[in-house]
Design a protein around this ligand. Structure first.
Ligand SMILES: *Cc1c(COP(=O)(O)O)cnc(C)c1O
Length: 361
């Protein structure tokens, strides 16, 4: 057996650690911000019927342009978008990787505002793009001034803005996005993986697209749509951007089965998103009840909450796991992250952490 160190690995991948949120089978899994509600049985059977039909023609390559899916995603997003504005891939992680393949690469750089989504730096190293971990303001907020100052100081080729930010849950203002766009001649991506969980009346970065041809807004069906296992992410941008992504995508990258499942799910958007309100209630409950227990939850516009005031995050993480409750130690000192689950799952977590409270002090 040889080891990784013996292989002729590219220099910038040496010593890197792969993405590895634990995948454990536990009764209460609140660690990767999935939608813990299963999709409604009637919708599931419609999707199954669409898959049964699609399988009959898999001897042929799928529609390389996933035309129907782009049409339906444009319809879902609204804002006057058409299918020419839409791109999709196997999860928004793949969409973001394609953005880096097209606009990043050797000699180019990507600015993000740490702590932020852990995949950004991993995608940067995979595409040999230099990762610049910018900073944030107090309580992990990001003001237009701070965001633009990092752009001016580092002159990145690409900026990733996570809105709301993972792992902190903190929302991002449109003013910050506009300030970053104005500060750079490069590509600006707003990752709106959790957009559907925002408070009512929150404007999406989609409203900023007109006239901003270097602005890309990425979304996913993994979270609000309860479709993490299917792998479907997408973005909206100027049609020239989607043309750029055609230069780097693998031909037929979206399988016929993925396309069929996503199209069938989008035909049931109302039912698929019915659980979002429940999840927002549980998210707000986490913030209120964790604060009442003496923890320091951050404001959240997503389906998870980061909370501080935890003296020994690892001890609490391990004690919860021993009770069959999996949350996330994201490596921020004094903090842990928990996803909003069903009412029963959220109650189980809150009851357990209330009992463990003395351990946290
Ligand atoms: C979960 C998540 C995604 C989604 O990734 P998929 O590849 O679409 O499953 C993207 N961005 C952020 C910030 C996330 O937390």
């Amino acid at each position: 057996m040889t080891s990784l160190d013996d292989l002729p690995l590219r220099a910038n991948l040496r010593g890197q650690i792969p993405y590895g949120a634990p995948q454990l089978h536990v009764p209460v899994a609140l660690n990767v911000n999935e939608n813990t509600h299963p999709i409604p049985p009637a919708v599931a059977s419609d999707i199954a019927a669409a898959l049964a039909e699609a399988i009959l023609t898999v001897n042929r390559y799928p529609d390389r342009e996933f035309t129907q899916l782009r049409e339906d995603l444009a319809g879902y997003l609204g804002h006057g978008l058409t299918r020419d504005n839409i791109w999709a891939a196997n999860g928004s992680n793949e969409v973001l990787q394609q953005v880096l393949q097209a606009f990043g690469g050797p000699g180019r750089s990507l600015l993000g505002y740490a702590p932020t989504y852990s995949m950004y730096s991993i995608l940067a190293s995979g595409t040999d793009t230099r990762w610049i971990p910018g900073g944030r303001d107090a309580d992990y907020e990001l003001s237009p001034e701070t965001a633009a100052r990092w752009v001016h100081e580092t002159s990145p080729d690409i900026v990733f803005l996570c809105s709301p930010n993972n792992p902190t849950g903190t929302p991002l203002s449109l003013a910050t996005i506009a300030a970053v766009y104005d500060a750079t001649p490069g590509i600006v991506v707003v990752d709106e993986a959790y957009a559907e969980f925002a408070p009512d009346g929150t404007d999406s970065a989609l409203t900023l697209l007109p006239g901003r041809e270097r602005l890309l807004v990425s979304r996913t069906m993994s979270k609000a749509f309860a479709f993490a296992g299917v792998r479907l992410g997408y973005l909206a941008a100027d049609p020239a951007v989607t043309d750029a992504l055609r230069l780097v995508r693998l031909p037929y990258h979206l399988s016929a089965l993925t396309q069929a499942a996503a199209v069938a799910a989008l035909a049931h958007t109302g039912e698929m998103l019915a659980m979002v309100d429940d999840i927002r209630v549980q998210r707000d409950r986490l913030v209120t009840e964790l604060a009442a227990l003496g923890f320091l939850p951050l404001r959240s516009g997503s389906n998870f909450v980061l909370f501080g005031g935890v003296a020994d995050p690892h001890a609490i993480f391990a004690a919860l796991l021993a009770e069959g409750i999996l949350i996330r130690d994201v490596g921020i000192p004094g903090h842990l992250r928990v996803s909003a689950g069903t009412e029963a799952e959220t109650s189980a977590f809150l009851a357990a952490i209330a009992r463990l409270r003395p351990l946290a002090e």
